[in-house]
Write a protein that binds this ligand. Structure first.
Ligand code: CP
Ligand code: NVA
Length: 308
């Protein structure tokens, strides 16, 4: 199955894609990384973001420009949806103007409503539940570093959040072993863990625990994210002491494989989930990872618009 099969589809969660489709996207991303192609002339992407964004907003925008298309920032603060126009109405109207829509929301259900009412492809640009575009870039980065994603041991430390969920599902799909170490009250959603285990079958190990050192032993990829995601700012202070043992620092890194790489979706809070030393250190691949957002999304846009 090639990327042609993605034409017209939505990407609401990473498991909307099959292993073959992800492999095709990674292949196309690599190809697009080595040269620009005007695949999306006259195509327009809308970006409707209810939360802040640097990487996702800019990488999607530049991806469209470099592929010959346009991107339109539909800030909810200055569009009627922010004043209460129903998503169902907004989606049907945007469908008449745009070729593709990327939405960043709090509730996953809101992205699903956009997808239900718009016939154009709708991309989840992050919700409280998932961050599938991030994980495509992460898989691309891991593949570039190790030549494969299958069989790689990835450990995620910190909050069982949207990024952790998409890593669990994306890792399971690709045969990557994903271990999560989170404080007990901040685990990933059980239904996501269950779904990841079902997808993984016997091809990948999915494990959940609360011991950061045990989780890091043998890890080739160490991944972390903020302890309080967007929308959780009021609990940020109370989370700091609970999450402290999960900080990615030189000491914790010493338990990982010698050639382990460190990833972080960014933005990072230095001195909280990751130390400055590690973020800026020799194991860190975070800047390549951030760059890969654009390449992976170029492949995704081209595939969903059927022009790859
Ligand atoms: N990693 C990521 O999605 O970053 P932004 O919030 O800046 O888009
Ligand atoms: N988990 C973070 C990711 C930011 C890219 C958040 O949702 O805020």
């Amino acid at each position: 199955m090639g990327t042609k099969s993605l034409k017209g589809r939505d990407l609401l969660g990473i498991a909307d894609l099959s292993k073959d489709e992800i492999e095709q996207l990674l292949h196309l991303a690599k190809e697009l990384k080595s040269g620009e192609r005007s695949l999306l002339c006259n195509k327009v992407l809308g970006l409707l973001f209810y939360k802040a964004s640097t990487r996702t907003r800019v990488s999607f925008t530049v991806a469209m420009y470099q592929l010959g298309g346009q991107a339109l920032d539909l800030n909810p603060k200055v569009t009627q949806v922010g004043r209460g126009e129903p998503i169902s109405d907004t989606a049907r109207v945007l469908d008449r103007y745009l070729d593709i829509l990327a939405v960043r929301t709090y509730k996953q259900e809101d992205i699903e409503t956009f997808a239900n009412y718009a016939e154009i492809p709708v991309i989840n640009a992050l919700s409280d539940l998932e961050h599938p575009c991030q994980i495509l870039a992460d898989l691309l980065t891991i593949k570039e570093c190790f030549g494969t994603v299958s069989g790689i041991n990835l450990t995620f430390l910190g909050d069982g959040n949207n990024v952790a969920h998409s890593l669990l599902l994306g890792g399971a799909l690709m045969g990557m072993n994903v271990r999560l170490a989170t404080p007990n009250n901040y685990q990933a959603k059980p239904e996501i863990v269950e779904k990841a285990k079902q997808i993984a079958n016997n091809d990948a190990q999915i494990s959940i625990g609360n011991d950061p050192i045990a989780a890091v032993r043998g890890a080739q990829v160490i991944y972390t994210d903020v302890w309080a995601s967007m929308g959780q700012e009021t609990s940020a202070d109370e989370r700091i002491p609970v999450f402290q043992p999960y900080q990615v620092n030189e000491q914790l890194l010493s338990y990982a494989e010698k050639d382990a790489i460190v990833l972080h979706c960014l933005p990072a809070h230095r001195g909280e989930e990751i130390t400055s030393e590690v973020l800026e250190g020799k194991h860190s691949r975070v800047w390549d990872q951030a760059e890969n957002r654009m390449h992976a999304q170029k492949a995704l846009l081209a595939a969903l618009l059927g022009d790859s």
